[in-house]
Design a protein. Structure first.
Length: 283
């Protein structure tokens, strides 16, 4: 964009219209337009998240949002957009390390119970107790007996939370095998992101089918009416972030929601409630 063109714009609306009119003639304009529209929509949705948080706080609601998915599916980046403008006094992000020697000998859910939201609080789980449903059996971090015990207990555990007034929103971020590999390579080639690449990541492509088997088992056995699985198509990070926030907002009748001009109808191409397929697919 030439300098004389920039000086002509006195409002963001004028800039937006210029990019719309010229995007087909210049790939740079098209990219800037996509970024501009994404950031504009994100800010609007984040302002509604602030309203939602205020409502949760004043009404004493307990909300737990679980972010699960394959490695490099964009969970962490999405959580950052969720929390960016929220009040840290009534919001937490939980990302637990591997269990300690003491925790290993406790009931599996024990260390997660103490991280659950208090009244008036929203908690984002960057991975959760569902590690035992997928990562641990694939990587050999638990026994078959421990896995099966978890699969039997988890629905009842979540039902007790539901009955105690805790909202559990379970989001699964789904990426294709090709997109996962591309993101792994991007991490390895970026000195600022190399730390994100772990030994478990290294097995992500090699054990893709094994992960797929346990993911499908998890959906089949732990999807229910009181805490359903919501599958997020995360091949496009920006769309996944926007639609995940939009989905959370759509669940609650918080103060100010009806006065907003923001569309809270989620895109069905991005957000889907899990349902059993005749032939299971790789999530």
């Amino acid at each position: 964009m030439k300098k004389q063109n920039i000086s002509e714009f006195s409002t963001t609306e004028e800039l937006h219209n210029f990019l719309l009119e010229n995007q087909d003639n210049n790939i740079f304009y098209k990219n800037v337009l996509e970024k501009f529209e994404y950031e504009t929509e994100l800010l609007k949705l984040q302002s509604q998240l602030v309203n939602l948080q205020n409502w949760i706080s004043t009404q004493g609601k307990k909300v737990a949002v679980i972010f699960e998915g394959r490695d490099a599916s964009g969970k962490g980046g999405t959580i950052r957009r969720f929390r960016q403008h929220l009040n840290p006094r009534t919001m937490r992000v939980v990302a637990l390390n591997k269990p300690t020697d003491v925790e290993i000998n406790q009931w599996y859910f024990n260390r997660y119970i103490k991280e659950l939201p208090n009244a008036g609080e929203i908690v984002f789980f960057d991975r959760s107790w569902y590690n035992r449903a997928v990562v641990e059996p694939v990587m050999g971090f638990c026994t078959d007996q421990q896995y099966e015990q978890f699969m039997v207990q988890v629905a009842e555990f979540e039902h007790m939370l539901y009955e105690s007034g805790t909202y559990i929103i379970k989001l699964w971020f789904s990426v294709s095998k090709e997109e996962q590999q591309r993101r792994f390579e991007s991490r390895l080639n970026n000195p600022l992101k190399k730390w994100k690449y772990s030994p478990v990541d290294a097995k992500g492509q090699e054990l893709w089918d094994e992960f797929s088997y346990y993911i499908n088992q998890m959906f089949t056995r732990t999807h229910n009416s009181f805490s359903p699985w919501i599958v997020v198509n995360a091949n496009n990070k920006n769309s996944a972030r926007l639609e995940s926030i939009r989905y959370l907002l759509s669940l609650f009748n918080y103060d100010g929601k009806m006065d907003s001009d923001i569309d809270l109808m989620v895109d069905p191409n991005i957000i889907q409630r899990y349902y059993r397929m005749v032939k299971e697919i790789n999530y």
